[in-house]
Structure formats: C-alpha cells, structure tokens
Design a protein around this ligand. Structure first.
Ligand SMILES: *[C@@H]1O[C@H](CO)[C@@H](O)[C@H](O)[C@H]1NC(C)=O
Ligand SMILES: *[C@@H]1O[C@H](CO)[C@@H](O)[C@H](O)[C@H]1NC(C)=O
Ligand SMILES: *[C@@H]1O[C@H](CO)[C@@H](O)[C@H](O)[C@H]1NC(C)=O
Ligand SMILES: *[C@@H]1O[C@H](CO)[C@@H](O)[C@H](O)[C@H]1NC(C)=O
Ligand SMILES: *[C@@H]1O[C@H](CO)[C@@H](O)[C@H](O)[C@H]1NC(C)=O
Ligand SMILES: *[C@@H]1O[C@H](CO)[C@@H](O)[C@H](O)[C@H]1NC(C)=O
Ligand SMILES: *[C@@H]1O[C@H](CO)[C@@H](O)[C@H](O)[C@H]1NC(C)=O
Ligand SMILES: *[C@@H]1O[C@H](CO)[C@@H](O)[C@H](O)[C@H]1NC(C)=O
Ligand SMILES: *[C@@H]1O[C@H](CO)[C@@H](O)[C@H](O)[C@H]1NC(C)=O
Ligand SMILES: *[C@@H]1O[C@H](CO)[C@@H](O)[C@H](O)[C@H]1NC(C)=O
Ligand SMILES: [Zn+2]
Length: 737
C-alpha cells in the first residue's frame, strides 16, 4: 500500500464521516419544542421559594387595611375593598394576568337605621322597664364607627309581637317538645341560645309550637369557657364582652333566594318572595348576654334541666313569664323587627393567571370579602392570606420566572354572609364550563380561628395533597411539621394508613358549598384552629360581632401573624401542586375508606330491608369494583414510563382524576333540597353516617313503616349504587365498556 493511497482512504473516510455527521445533525428527527413544554411538571424548588417568600408582616398589613372599616356586603366599605382587590390584582409588578369585577343583583336584608329593632319588657299599663341595648358597648374606638350595622338577623321578617317569655335552650325540636309537655307555648316569645342547631332553625322549630317571636343570645358557657365578667372579656382577653351580639343570616338555603339555579342578573326571572322556602315567618332578634341575663334570670316557672343551664350566674327557669321581682308576672316581652329586604348589586372580584400548558383546566381559590362588621377574622384573615399568595405568585409571573401548567382563578366573593351568594351565582353563571374544566376548589375563609393547629375539611381526593403540603411546613410554635402537630391534635385510625390527621367533611359553612354540593368539584377548606384541650368555645368568641377587629386579632388570635403565614404556606403549597403537577395530585383511592365505612354502617339496615326484598349486595359489588378501578389507576400512574407520558395520555388520566368527584353528582337525587346533588355529601337528618339519601329514607320508613316509604328506601339505594357505579367506570380503562 503506498502512502498516497493511504492518504486517499483516510481522506475518503473523513469525508464520509463528515457527511454522516451532517446527516446525523440535520437528518435524525429530534423532539420538537412542544414535547418539552407539554411535559412541564411541578418544581419543588419553586414551591420552597414561594413558601420562603410568604411574609407574615405583609399579611398583617393586608389585614389592617382590609379590616379598617365595617364592610358588610354592598356597603361603602365593601365597595372600597372591591377597588383594593382590583388594584392589587392588576398591579404591573405583582398582579395577575387579568382581574375583573362581576356584579349580580342580589336579594339582601338590612336593619332600618331610622327605626331600630328592639327587645323590650312592657307592663300591663304600657310602661317599659327594660329595653335591650341597640348597639354593642364602645369598648375601643372600633365600636364607635358610624357604619356599624345594628345587630340583626338578615331576612328575619319584620313585625311587632308580644307575649310571655319562655326559655327554650338551643331551640331544637326536642327542646320545644320538652317545653310543650310542661307549659302552653301558644303565643309566647322564646329566648334561645346559639348552638345545637342552625340559626334560622331555632325560629322555624319555634313557630311549629305556636311561639310568635324569638330572641337569640350567646351563652358565656358556650363561647367564653363560662367567663362572663367584663374584666375577663375583650379588651382584657379574647372572650366575648357582655354586650357582644352575633349577627347572621336567617335562612336555610344558600344562594340568591329569588333566582335559584340562575345567576342573579338584572334580566333574570325572580320568584315571588312568598315562594321562598327555608325562612322564618316569625320575627327574631339577637341580643348580648348582659341583656339575656336580665331576662333569663327573672324567669318564673319550673327549673330548666341541668344540661340547659348556662353561665349567666343564676338558675335558668323555663317560664312562662317573670317572677314577681324586678318585673311583674303579667309583663310581656315585645320583639320589634323592622328589617328591610332589598335587591342590590354585589361584586365578585375575579383574578386570573393563564395556564402555560393547559389553560382550559382551572384550579379555583377563593374567599368572601364581605363581613358583618369589621370582619378582621371573618373573612379578612383569609383575604389577607390570599393577597399574600397572589403577591408572591404575581411577582414571579411578572418577572417571567413562573407560569402555572393550569390556569388559576382567584375569587373574592360578595355577599357570603347573607348565604354564600356571590360564589353560588358564579357557580350558576359558569355552570357548564366549571363542571367540565375545574380540577379543584380551595377555600380559605377564616384562616386563623386560633393559633394551635391546622384544620382541614374536604373530600377524600384532597387528602393526599394536603398531607404532602403540610409535611413541608413547620409550625410557628414548636419544632413539629404542620402535619405532625395536626396529627397530635386531631387524628383517626385509617385501615390503610394507620394514624393520620382527621379531615372533616364539608357542610355548607362557607363558599365551597356550591362547588362541592352543586357542581361536584373536589373542595377543601383550610384554616388554623383551637387547641381543644384549652378551650371549648363554640367558635372564636368575637365571631360576627363588633369586636372582630384588627386589634383583637393582633393581640389575641395570632400575635405576630405566624399562624396566618403557616396557612398561607400550606394553602399556597396545595395550590401549586394542583396547578403545576403533570399528573393531578388527587387521591381517588382515598374514597374507598369512605365508601366502605358508609357500607358497613348501612349493614345495620339489612335485616329490615330483607323484609321488603331489598338487598345491599349490589352496592357492595359496586364498591369493590370502585376499589379495583381506583387501585388499577393509581398503579398505572405510579408505573408510568417516560414513553407513556404523551400529552394525550396525560390529559386522559388527569380527566379521569378530575371528573371522579363529578360522577357522584345526581341532580335528580334530592328534589326537595336546593342545590344538593352529591350523593355522598348531601345534608342528612339521620344520625347514621352513610349515604344521606339512604339514611334519611330508611329513618322515615322505620318511623312510618309504610310500603311507599320502603319503596323510597329502595329508590335511594339505587341512587347510591348508580353513583358508585358511575364513579368506578369513570376510573376504569376506556376499553372496559
Ligand atoms: C305602671 O305599672 C308599674 C308597675 O308595674 C308602675 O311602677 C307604674 O307607676 C305604672 N305606671 C302607670 C302610668 O300607671
Ligand atoms: C389598636 O391598638 C393600638 C395599640 O395598642 C392603639 O394605638 C389603637 O388605638 C387601637 N385601635 C383601636 C381602633 O382601638
Ligand atoms: C293560640 O292562640 C290564638 C290566639 O292567641 C288562638 O287563636 C289559637 O287557637 C291558639 N292555638 C292553639 C293551638 O291553642
Ligand atoms: C367581676 O369583676 C370585678 C372587677 O372588675 C370584681 O370586682 C368582681 O368581683 C368580679 N365578679 C366576679 C363574679 O368574678
Ligand atoms: C314590613 O315589610 C313589608 C314588606 O317588606 C312592608 O310592606 C311593611 O311596611 C313593613 N312593615 C313595617 C312595620 O316595617
Ligand atoms: C391523636 O389525638 C389525640 C387527641 O385527640 C392525642 O392525644 C394523641 O396523642 C394523637 N395521636 C397521635 C399519634 O398523635
Ligand atoms: C402530643 O400532644 C400531647 C398532649 O396531648 C403531648 O403530651 C405530646 O408531647 C405531643 N406529642 C408531640 C410529638 O408533640
Ligand atoms: C397562641 O397565642 C397565645 C397568645 O394569645 C399564646 O399564649 C400561645 O402560646 C399561642 N399558642 C401557640 C400554640 O402558639
Ligand atoms: C326478590 O327479588 C328477586 C330479585 O332481586 C326476585 O327474583 C324475587 O322474585 C323477589 N321476591 C319477591 C318476593 O319479590
Ligand atoms: C326495623 O324496623 C322496625 C319497624 O319499622 C323498627 O322498629 C326497628 O327499629 C328497625 N330495626 C333497625 C335495626 O333499624
Ligand atoms: Zn366567613
């Protein structure tokens, strides 16, 4: 081989190699740009950064502004906060992509400033030895604000009634049944304490026994751990002062009452007021316990049962009428109510962050904006947290450092205190879109009831994401994680996981109600709360009074605002996991424990059901099927290989996870219950914690033993079976059909 030949071969090889490299570079197909973009997943480092940047001082500043003035729905103070929310969410440096004000014309009720509601004692000759205070005592400058609403019960009908006074404990049906055996209730006025049953139910129950007017007060036993002396109450402690009065909505159903199922726009058809259900037809008025003491401690008649006695410092008698002492036995109590019902525009403020990959999938996060008075805790503690979360995320967004995978919609709801009105109107207006595209709703209303431990209510698919987040946050008070501290305060033994923190179920206590009960969206409500070893207060003592102020919060509820910060970190962590994770962090298998628990409690019905040839077996079969489907899906997710993560496959799995909660919705299941459609979580009167329709139908049937009622049990069992079956098939592989 000569040298030239060698050079030729080497040169030739080099040329071939070069061509090969060029072909390789340009010719072999590489992943297009969208492959990487569509695979955008959660960034744990970003979550850490977010949590580090959540600032307790800024939350404190937010709360100071938010609770500066009384801001009941549609008031001047409320309108100012609408502008505040808009300006924060539109800020060029830390705002969101978009923010807007959405108005509804909603049916509200207010006291008449010119003609205040009163509770009086009147003698036979017309003199007036006692009138309850019209306002709370001006213990600090906050109570001097001219915009404070006089205590009242929204939607309590106006009217003037007088009669002999009786004490009816908590105003439960059983309380009136007890009284009716001893005394004639016809034409009486009942004084009842908060607690035990819903606010309006006290008057609805009372009316059935011939009572013509109701007075409601807060007993220091229930709210103040028994303390009633002014020296032991605010501003000397967190306890309710003797003049404090809990205001509140006086109706059973949520949403705008004149436009059920439709958004309350100007053009919307409104039902006549006479068709409104679930309201009181007798006047009612709340008073403070200083005034209640003057009435209750003077009552004549038999001594009330031991468990009716409270902490007013006297023996409670049932009446009717007064002892011959300070008042005359023939004296009447008169209740005068002049509440005015009125339709007014109320705003939701919506803030939006567009998702980078799945803009048509929404994570919702919200809280109401309206209060009863200054509302520092309810609701501003939640809004102060929401504004800090949006400040941190908005800053990253504007700096181009972050954009969520899915869209995030923040809601500052209007008129919640009157019955979850803003959130319900929103759910109605965007019904189809929210139903089809919403991943979950996070509600943070009162963010800090007290500073001891996390408290979460939610449906089972929310459990795992809340656990993950709470394990990443430290408590402000000890070296534990929020998760471990929570577990130490409130726990249960799960067949699957052992001892875990207890997640409560969602009632209708805040704006999550339309989302879970009507739309079937996985919901959770997150807050910090009491150490039950230290207090038995029914709720934080200043709730819905003129004492729920910034100073009250800063001094007694959360000095330093570290619990607020902890809630912001935890709720924000959950929000980021839901908005940014490639696969939705919804634990659908965690429904198995609920379903099996429901089944085991329903088994006590089987003996009676057998008499009517009704079997629970098909329900068991569907629950087992659900269990298999959930396990299969979670197994499949765990073993997803990179090559399985095509955008289509990811979307398919996520839709199964997102739509699982929806499968439990049946709008025809509860025709007598407005909005309630979730077959597992609808309201229930029976004490058996199983499928609510089945439990209530069974109770009715057992009581009446009528064939038609046993048929209704069969009907509700069928509804339950069908719901579980729908849920199972939502999770099953599509080829199973
Ligand atoms: C009305 O009765 C009260 C005692 O019940 C008495 O003190 C008062 O003087 C009477 N007033 C009139 C105008 O008779
Ligand atoms: C709140 O407390 C601060 C500090 O003690 C005090 O200066 C201020 O006057 C209080 N505000 C009201 C409205 O009571
Ligand atoms: C209750 O009292 C009214 C008049 O005060 C009377 O018309 C009515 O019949 C009474 N009802 C009962 C059930 O006693
Ligand atoms: C209530 O407080 C006052 C002083 O503020 C005190 O003199 C009185 O003894 C207290 N009463 C009770 C029942 O504790
Ligand atoms: C009570 O309300 C009705 C209807 O809102 C109204 O017509 C009536 O004038 C009111 N009565 C009083 C005493 O305010
Ligand atoms: C569970 O909660 C109780 C209080 O309800 C507490 O005493 C106990 O220590 C908790 N268990 C765990 C393992 O934290
Ligand atoms: C849990 O709470 C109990 C009080 O019930 C306390 O004694 C115990 O130290 C707590 N456990 C931890 C790990 O903090
Ligand atoms: C909660 O705050 C009070 C002050 O109001 C304080 O004494 C207590 O130690 C705090 N508890 C926790 C768990 O931080
Ligand atoms: C009971 O139901 C089964 C099927 O569910 C049916 O085959 C049987 O005839 C029924 N018996 C009676 C007495 O209705
Ligand atoms: C079965 O029904 C009967 C009559 O309706 C009732 O008395 C009994 O308490 C019921 N048994 C159970 C376990 O519910
Ligand atoms: Zn609230």
């Amino acid at each position: 081989m000569n040298g030239l030949k060698v050079v030729g071969i080497v040169l030739g090889a080099a040329v071939i190699l070069a061509i090969g490299l060029l072909i390789g570079h340009f010719g072999i197909p590489r992943d297009p740009k969208w492959v990487k973009e569509l695979a955008q997943d959660l960034d744990e480092k970003f979550i850490n950064q977010f949590m580090n940047e959540v600032d307790n001082k800024r939350i404190e500043d937010n709360l100071r502004i938010l609770s500066n003035k009384p801001h009941y729905a549609t008031s001047a103070g409320d309108e100012e906060l609408v502008q505040l929310m808009l300006s924060r969410w539109k800020d060029p440096e830390f705002g969101l992509d978009d923010a807007r004000d959405e108005r509804y014309h909603v049916f509200l009720s207010f006291p008449d400033a010119a003609n205040p509601n009163t509770v009086k004692v009147l003698t036979q000759n017309g003199s007036n030895p006692f009138t309850a205070e019209l306002t709370e005592e001006k213990l600090t400058d906050d109570q001097k604000d001219p915009d404070i609403l006089q205590p009242f019960l929204a939607f309590a009908p106006n009217g003037s009634v007088q009669g002999k006074l009786v004490f009816a404990n908590e105003g439960k049906v059983s309380d009136f049944e007890y009284l009716a055996k001893l005394i004639d209730l016809n034409g009486t006025i009942a004084i009842v304490r908060y607690g035990g049953t819903g606010r309006v139910n006290k008057a609805i129950n009372a009316a059935k026994f011939g009572v013509i007017g109701v007075i409601i007060y807060t007993d220091p036993k229930d709210i103040n751990d028994g303390k009633s002396n002014a020296s032991d109450t605010y501003p000397n402690s967190w306890y309710l002062p003797p003049s404090g009065v809990e205001r509140g909505s006086f109706k059973e159903n949520f949403g705008d009452q004149l436009t059920p199922y439709y958004p309350a726009k100007e053009f919307t058809y409104r039902i006549p007021e006479s068709e409104i259900k679930g309201i009181s037809h007798i006047p009612a008025q709340p008073i403070g316990f200083a005034d209640a003491r003057q009435l209750i401690c003077e009552l004549n008649g038999a001594q009330a049962p031991d468990n009716w006695q409270g902490s007013l410092g006297c023996t409670y008698n049932i009446g009717p009428g007064f002892k011959q002492n300070r008042f005359d036995n023939s004296d009447f109590v008169q209740v005068n109510v002049y509440n005015k019902r009125i339709i007014k525009p109320s705003s939701n403020v919506m803030g939006i962050i567009r998702g980078a990959v799945e803009p048509d999938r929404y994570v919702l996060y919200g809280n109401h904006r309206d209060s009863w008075v200054h509302g520092a805790i309810d609701p501003s503690s939640g809004t102060a947290v929401m504004l800090e979360i949006t400040r941190v995320l908005g800053t990253k967004l504007k700096q181009g450092k972050w954009r969520p995978r899915r869209s995030i919609i923040f809601g500052s709801w209007g008129a919640e205190e009157f019955g979850l009105i803003g959130s319900t109107e929103f759910a109605e207006e965007y019904y189809s879109k929210l139903r089809d595209r919403t991943v979950a709703y996070i509600n943070v209303d009162i963010s800090v009831f007290a500073n001891a431990t996390l408290r979460v209510q939610g449906t089972p698919p929310a459990q795992s994401v809340v656990f993950t987040a709470s394990k990443q946050v430290k408590t402000p008070s000890n070296s534990l994680t929020v998760y471990d501290n929570w577990k130490n305060h409130s726990n249960r033994t799960s067949p699957q996981y052992g001892v875990i923190p207890q997640i409560g179920s969602l009632g209708v206590g805040s704006d999550f109600a339309p989302f879970i009960h009507y739309l079937g969206i996985t919901c959770m409500d997150i807050a910090y709360t009491y150490d039950r070893r230290v207090t038995s207060a029914r709720i934080y003592p200043a709730y819905h009074t003129a004492f729920d102020t910034f100073n009250y919060t800063a001094k007694y509820i959360d000095p330093g605002f570290f619990s607020h910060q902890t809630v912001a970190r935890t709720a924000g962590n959950v929000l980021l996991r839901l908005s940014d994770s490639l696969i939705l962090p919804l634990g659908v298998k965690d429904y198995v424990e609920t379903l099996e628990g429901y089944y085991s409690r329903a088994e006590s019905f089987q003996t009676n059901l057998s008499k009517y040839n009704i079997s629970l077996e098909p329900l068991k079969t569907e629950i087992n099927r659900y269990k298999r489907a959930a396990e299969d899906l979670e197994e499949k997710i765990k073993n997803l290989k990179k090559s399985d993560k095509s955008p289509y496959n990811i979307r398919r799995i996520n839709d199964q996870l997102m739509l699982l909660e929806r499968a439990f919705i049946n709008h025809l299941a509860f025709p007598d219950k407005l909005y309630f459609s979730h077959v597992l979580w609808a309201s229930r009167s029976s004490s058996v914690a199983t499928f609510p329709g089945l439990a209530d139908a069974y109770q009715t049937a057992v009581e009446s033993n009528l064939k038609q009622h046993w048929d209704l049990v069969h009907h509700h069992l069928t509804i339950a079976i069908q719901a579980v079956s729908n849920a199972a098939s939502t999770l099953e592989d599509v080829t199973k059909i």
